[in-house]
Design a protein around this ligand. Structure first.
Ligand SMILES: [Zn+2]
Length: 465
């Protein structure tokens, strides 16, 4: 009898431990975090050795992927992995993520619960830079592929993985070069999926439900440089208006004349699909947007987050002028960052700014050639349904909605390479975790991550059909 009790107690203890213990996949994510693959704005600070060490870790940890699939190093530090499908006639599918991370802001190191590159698992949480953005993407896909190879899975469609190494500074050397290589190889994908959207644990959109947000669109990034010139000279004999005064008046006009609020796709479909899951009167309002649309758009401008869904946003981000108290500057320069709704064009924004400022003495130039934005992806069928099915296989109670990102991703490098572009990782993220992305205490739940591996495996299996 005593023996049985002891055995039962041991079983119980083992089960209780398993409930909090991280599996090997989580250990691998924590280990990947320990490689400081940081993207710095200053190229001189680039540490190629950290990326090569990460590659070595990946090939050791995922031996089937690195021996059975076609692995190619692109531009020294990015990875292109091809899993040839049995049926060459079928269009392939592309899965992307990035290996680089942002630096820790100097002076904030001590604010972290665990050092940013220590890769610590504490209880049910994996801590560290990259645990959400975006080593979680790289590791969940590799875990999934390794597991499927071990099971003998053979896709019908070719599956391709592209892991860039400089997404955080624009992605030109990584994703840009992977895309160039894929063009050389004459690839064209049925659909692709990158980082950028997740499963929201506590979205204000549908209180009390997990919301699978499939990124089907992203806003266009545009920075305009405004320059005012003046005479300059000694500050003891000033002109009535200096370059600073002239430019300040101009940027105030831009800020106080925001772009009109309007509902466009995919926000319309997002709200419509939300309607069935929210209380009255929102249920009625969201299912009759033909009537309530402008009212809803206006309401959404009250909070910055929802406002970003209904208008091209205006952010004054840089203002430079003057070097000394008693010197009137000859030049003043301001930078304004815009995030454009689908359908709005950079030319329209420039025209709007020119009209609002109404001052021919101020020059308006784009900071650099703007990148094109992928079109809004299909919100049913194909890749969209596969992502939704994969997510709901683990979270059957969740609600699936299309989502528009305000930030940009590496997707812009692959626009011509795929018919539909999605952004999604199968991790559940709470509002309290969002500040960790590019901030302090970046972290992901152990269970959430391990479920993301299963969701990634589902996406590979269904996508490979
Ligand atoms: Zn990222």
């Amino acid at each position: 009898m005593k023996q049985i009790f002891r055995r039962l107690f041991c079983c119980y203890l083992l089960l209780a431990m398993q409930a909090t213990l991280a599996g090997p996949a989580s250990e691998n994510l924590a280990a990947a975090v320990r490689f400081p693959t940081v993207s710095h704005q200053d190229p001189a600070q680039f540490d190629g050795a950290a990326f090569l060490a990460l590659h070595a870790f990946l090939s050791e940890t995922y031996p089937r992927v690195f021996s059975e699939l076609e692995v190619e190093l692109v531009n020294e530090y990015s990875l292109l992995i091809i899993w040839p499908g049995a049926d060459e006639q079928r269009a392939p599918v592309l899965f992307t993520a990035h290996m680089d991370v942002v630096p820790v802001e100097p002076g904030t190191e001590a604010h972290w619960r665990h050092p940013a590159f220590a890769g610590v698992i504490e209880g049910d949480t994996i801590y560290g830079r990259g645990s959400l953005d975006d080593k979680v993407g790289v590791i969940s896909l590799l875990e999934a592929a390794e597991g499927l190879l071990a099971e003998g899975f053979q896709p019908e469609r070719t599956l391709v993985f592209g892991f860039g190494h400089d997404e955080e500074i624009g992605g030109r050397a990584g994703a840009g070069m992977i895309a160039r290589r894929l063009r050389e190889l004459h690839y064209h994908f049925d659909w692709m999926v990158d980082e950028g959207s997740v499963i929201a644990a506590d979205s204000p959109l549908i209180p009390g439900r997990q919301v699978v947000m499939i990124g089907v669109a992203e806003k266009t990034y545009l920075t305009l440089v405004l320059t005012a010139r003046g005479k300059g000279g000694h500050s003891s004999v000033p002109p009535p208006q200096t370059a600073i005064g002239r430019l300040a008046a101009a940027v105030v006009k831009v800020e106080s004349n925001p772009f009109p609020a309007k509902l466009v796709q995919p926000v319309i479909t997002m709200l419509e699909r939300t309607a069935a899951h929210v209380d009255f009167p929102n249920s009625l309002v969201f299912s009759n947007l033909w009537l309530t649309g402008s009212l809803v758009a206006d309401r959404m401008t009250r909070e910055p987050l929802s406002a970003s869904m209904v208008r091209t946003t205006t952010a004054l981000t840089v203002f430079n002028a003057g070097v000394k108290d008693n010197v009137i500057p000859q030049v003043a320069e301001a930078r304004i960052n815009f995030r454009l709704l689908p359908g709005d064009t950079p030319d329209q924004v420039i025209e709007h700014v020119r009209r609002v400022i109404d001052d021919p003495e101020i020059t308006i130039e784009p900071a650099r050639e703007w990148a094109d934005t992928p079109p809004v992806a299909a919100m049913e069928g194909g890749g969209y349904d596969i992502i939704a099915t994969a997510a709901q296989s683990i979270y059957p109670q969740s609600v699936v909605v299309p989502w528009m990102m305000s930030a940009t991703t590496d997707v812009r490098h692959y626009i011509d390479l795929a018919d539909n572009h999605y952004r999604f990782h199968g991790i559940v993220v709470g509002m309290d975790q969002v500040s960790g992305i590019h901030g302090t205490d970046e972290r992901v739940g152990v269970e959430s991550f391990e479920n993301a591996v299963t969701i990634a495996a589902q996406m590979l299996q269904l996508g490979g059909r």
